[in-house]
Write a protein that binds this ligand. Structure first.
Ligand SMILES: Cc1cc2nc3c(=O)[nH]c(=O)nc-3n(C[C@H](O)[C@H](O)[C@H](O)COP(=O)(O)OP(=O)(O)OC[C@H]3O[C@@H](n4cnc5c(N)ncnc54)[C@H](O)[C@@H]3O)c2cc1C
Length: 635
């Protein structure tokens, strides 16, 4: 007997369940629309469910939460404990608030929503037969897709699971002009492929540019409510009390008190939209702070166009962020395409499009790289020495490294869950190159504490900072972390110097490092450069009131200062003189390791020595000429 075509099949009468994940909004949510439409069309009841999965909250071994036996990974992988939670209590508190706001807005439409604590595959397995579960798939995270697989398995005998692309990305996968498994690997290439004419300078798009689907409206009509009991339900009594909720989710009394002491940004979809509207309103105002920032390590592109900083680089030098919207995006209180379309008329649209495309690149990379994104060698399979010095790791996490800028960043991050882009980059650079520590430990700490933690953005940016994203990037061939640190020290010093110039009075440092409060502006960025006497008067004895700088001391660099030591190599006939770093770069560009570069440096002669020899020769020549003249005179 021929099977009936799917549209003629009798529809199941079970409830429709919208399994909410990081799509906590109604506006521009195609998944919510699908679930609501399915329920309305077939007159099925609807139940939105949000599930706090303990695997994503608790302490865990790195990379093992959904694949404890590493069945999906390479056999040689070993469990590593980086002693951190997947989510600190502060982010959980923000998350809880976003979830309860969602519950309230669904209730205002006449619906109801359940909030549970448990593994989704165990919670949803208890749904009645014939249920349809609709969710937003999260392909950037192998851990999240593992959960989806496990839910599909648990439901396979009695229910159905629809995984939808949703609107977490700017582009729909069906619209992309390349397969998800393969695509442009660099930002510029991606922008050009998608039809952005020159996103480093202008937001123009070609006539045949890949379309970005317009945001979709929130569902107007709400289906009838499905009354279901599921395991791990968090009652309203619990949800209305933040301390009780955090306790329910497994946080200790100490963690709860620490999280409760911190002020939180407003939560939920309405707050996210308000944040965007306020930002848009501000864009038309005249910029107040026109001070030229020092952007040492940013790809500053082509600079301001007609006096206008279209990419808003200046904001990247400040500690406050720009749109300051990432924490809402991470849990899906607002979509990227909503932001893009609302910002279209803004004078700074270029900056918005530019950043959202960086986000898109990280999402596409994460999908393509899969589990390789989390390997020590990174997707670039870079082999180099690493350290796991636990004292250094703990000092960095606690903001006790003795390097004021790094410590201020790490304390702000730990206390508030926020750190500006430059702070994240510089603190990561110091961790990886100056301390030589395993980059994954740093990334895992950020995962624990960042309020806007997002797997693709966090790990994607960390592999770039650690230079393990591409095999062609530097830092190959070092034999020890000390050699690596020596190679990168100058670069780090330039970064610290840029921070000093951007914050000459040390305002940011004073805010987070009260023990340095009495130091003058000249020394607060580099307490190691003070005399013993001024350290005592400033109440900052190194090793006593404030740590000695790990990996330091560091020298603040002035643009006009005398150059680095340069040497010339006897076998090099070009007459050029190179710095230590240039010798190492040269060796590696020729396929040798860093030690070869070091050897060449040792063989090379300092320019200063050559100048001294020249001077001696000149004097000898002068003396000889003088002697000759006296002899000629005598004759
Ligand atoms: C080591 C490291 C870890 C990071 N971890 C995260 C993370 O977990 N979650 C996260 O959202 N961002 C992360 N970022 C990127 C960036 O720091 C934040 O997105 C940005 O600081 C958020 O502030 P904003 O909303 O004011 O950003 P804006 O400068 O206003 O940018 C607007 C939006 O564009 C996107 N965006 C901007 N810069 C980047 C970037 N470099 N990469 C990807 N997307 C970007 C974000 O969604 C951001 O909200 C990380 C960066 C580094 C260097």
């Amino acid at each position: 007997m021929a099977l009936a075509p799917p549209w003629k099949k009798p529809r199941s009468a079970g409830p429709v369940v919208w399994w909410m994940r990081n799509d906590l909004r109604l506006q521009d949510n195609p998944v919510a629309r699908t679930a609501v439409a399915e329920a309305l069309t077939d007159q099925r009841p609807l139940l939105p469910v949000f599930i706090f999965d303990p695997r994503f909250l608790d302490r865990s071994f790195y990379g093992r939460v959904t694949d404890p036996n590493f069945e999906k990974s390479i056999k040689t992988r070993k469990p590593v404990d980086f002693s951190g939670r997947k989510t600190c209590a502060l982010r959980a508190r923000f998350w809880l608030r976003c979830v309860t706001r969602m519950k309230q807005s669904i209730a205002s439409k006449g619906g109801a929503m359940l909030v549970c604590h448990g593994k989704p595959e165990e919670v949803l397995a208890k749904l009645p037969g014939g249920s349809l579960v609709v969710c937003q798939s999260e392909p950037v995270s192998p851990e999240q897709t593992d959960v989806e697989d496990q839910v599909a398995k648990a439901l396979s005998s009695h229910c159905e699971l629809w995984r939808k692309w949703g609107a977490m990305s700017l582009y729909h996968r069906k619209d992309l002009p390349f397969p998800l498994t393969d695509g442009p690997g660099s930002y510029t290439e991606l922008a050009l492929t998608l039809g952005w004419e020159d996103l480093w300078r202008s937001p123009g798009r070609t006539a045949d540019a890949t379309r970005i689907r317009p945001p979709v409206a929130a569902p107007e009509v709400w289906p009838k409510v499905a009354n279901l009991e599921l395991p791990g339900i968090m009652s309203d009594l619990v949800l209305n009390d933040e301390r009780e909720s955090l306790k329910f989710l497994g946080y200790t009394a100490e963690e709860i008190e620490e999280a409760m002491a911190q002020e939180l940004p407003d939560a939920g979809e309405a707050a996210a939209q308000q944040c965007l509207e306020q930002w848009l309103a501000k864009q038309s105002e005249e910029p107040k702070d026109l001070q030229e920032p020092v952007l040492w390590d940013l790809p500053t592109g082509y600079g301001p166009a007609k006096g206008h900083d279209a990419l808003q680089w200046a904001n990247l030098a400040k500690p406050d962020g720009w749109l300051r919207i990432s924490h809402y995006m991470a849990v899906g209180c607002i979509s990227a395409r909503e932001i893009l379309s609302r910002a279209e008329e803004s004078v700074n649209f270029n900056g918005v499009a530019h950043r959202l495309l960086w986000r898109e690149l990280h999402r596409l990379n994460a999908i393509r790289w899969g589990r390789r994104l989390f390997w020590l060698q990174g997707p670039g399979r870079v082999e180099r020495p690493w350290s796991w010095d636990s004292a250094a790791i703990e000092a960095w996490k606690a903001g006790r490294t003795g390097v004021p800028y790094i410590d201020a960043c790490m304390r702000e991050l730990k206390q508030t869950g926020w750190l500006a882009y430059k702070g994240r980059k510089t603190a990561g650079f110091y961790f990886v190159f100056i301390l030589g520590l395993d980059w994954r430990v740093g990334a895992f700490h950020f995962e624990d504490v960042l309020m806007d933690y997002d797997v693709a953005m966090n790990y994607g940016n960390w592999v770039v900072v650690a230079e393990v994203d591409k095999s062609s990037r530097g830092a190959h061939g070092f034999k020890s972390v000390q050699d690596l640190a020596a190679w990168k020290k100058e670069e780090f010093e330039w970064k610290l110097s840029a921070e000093k110039k951007n914050d000459p009075s040390g305002e940011y440092l004073r805010k987070w490092l009260p023990e340095l409060g009495k130091l003058d502006a000249k020394h607060i960025h580099e307490p190691w450069a003070m005399s013993e006497e001024s350290r005592k008067t400033g109440g900052c004895v190194l090793g006593q009131d404030y740590p000695k700088p790990l990996g330091g001391p560091f020298r603040m660099r002035e643009e006009e200062e005398e150059e680095e030591e340069r040497r010339f190599h006897p076998n090099d006939n070009s007459g050029n003189r190179y710095t230590y770093k240039e010798f190492i770069d040269f060796a590696m560009s020729k396929g040798y390791d860093a030690n070869f570069g070091k050897k060449c440096w040792e063989e090379a002669r300092p320019v200063a020595a050559l100048q001294e020899e020249n001077e001696q020769l000149r004097q000898q020549l002068q003396a000889a000429e003088h002697q000759l003249r006296s002899l000629q005179g005598a004759a």
